[in-house]
Ligand binder design. Sequence first.
Ligand SMILES: NC(=O)c1ccc[n+]([C@@H]2O[C@H](COP(=O)([O-])OP(=O)(O)OC[C@H]3O[C@@H](n4cnc5c(N)ncnc54)[C@H](OP(=O)(O)O)[C@@H]3O)[C@@H](O)[C@H]2O)c1
Length: 355
Amino acid sequence: MSNTPSTPAVADADVWSQGPTVAVVGAYGHTGRFVVAELLRRGATPLLVGRDRGKLDALRGLAPDAPVRVASTEDAASLDRALDGAVAVVNCAGPFLVTSLPVVDAALRAGIPYLDVAAEQGVTAALFDTYGDRARDAGVVVAPSLAFYGGLGDLLATAALGEWPDADEITLAYGLDSWHPTQGTRLTGESNAGQHLVHSGGGLRPFDYSQDVFSWDFPKPFGTQDASAFATADQVTLPRHVRTPEVRAVMNLAPLRDVRAARTPEPVPADADGRSAQTFVVEAVVRRGEETRRAVAGGRDIYAVTAPLVVEALERVLDGRCATPGVRAAGEAFDAADFLRALTPGHLTRLDLPV
Ligand SMILES: NC(=O)c1ccc[n+]([C@@H]2O[C@H](COP(=O)([O-])OP(=O)(O)OC[C@H]3O[C@@H](n4cnc5c(N)ncnc54)[C@H](OP(=O)(O)O)[C@@H]3O)[C@@H](O)[C@H]2O)c1
């Protein structure tokens, strides 16, 4: 299926002012709704894609004029029809183990950029390993894990590195006051069980589930807390563009206990934008020899902040600030410090970058 002429053959600095049509797969999910709202806020036309007509129609309250397309990730022709006329696709339907490859394939057939919010390390690694040449040959940007887990840590570490081309170690510290998981997070956690990875000794290795507890000094207001090792998509994306043998991630114990407890409720809206009351801080520490550099970001609601991360990336892909086709990590594709500043203070209430 060919795409309509609304697809820019090359990045176009004016495309955003024309209200581009952007397909959102999984539009009625918790994260998908934040993405739809962010697209509307920036003047784009979200094209609502999902497998349930009733749930798509129920999005009318959020996006009354948005076109709606029913499609299944098991039916390539339905995806082709769904993407027809879109200038890009943002995939918010998870588990990505199931949805990622069919939607990337459809994006490549349509010749349009693909971005997703996958937290699953193996899925993102597979995209880098198996789609790099195809995306390049198709002239298409594929940007996985442009989300709280994945994009944010990658951008912070890249901004902390500055002109350093490599690092002896990168540490990402995640402090969350709580973590009320969505159904999608729970399903993804179940389908991804036992698949977690760490980048250590210069390559991806199985995550050590022993869960040793140690004390970690998080940026204020979190301070010193019990923490343990964690596995995030940033550990997959960072080594794709930064030479480093070690990328480790740590998280304080409170959110880990929340997300593992069956009785922890789903997030509930606590402000006019639908964000929950959850707060977070993420610190990237990069070490080269004896020297370290840091970058810190803080904000509210890890699901909500994913929307401006992926839509900011989309805006930069469409207007030519990332025009290099291929599978791209956030810090590789964009000017990391400029990207993070663009989200501050509206979406990131705190941003400390090296001067
Ligand atoms: N990396 C990050 O920081 C980050 C941040 C936010 C979200 N995420 C990921 O994003 C995904 C969605 O999370 P969420 O919080 O939005 O969950 P959610 O509210 O449960 O929404 C999940 C969405 O995915 C759709 N979906 C699931 N399986 C599908 C399939 N096989 N085919 C088509 N659509 C399918 C669902 O549609 P149905 O209702 O029809 O099943 C729904 O629209 C999860 O994998 C989560 O881990 C990652």
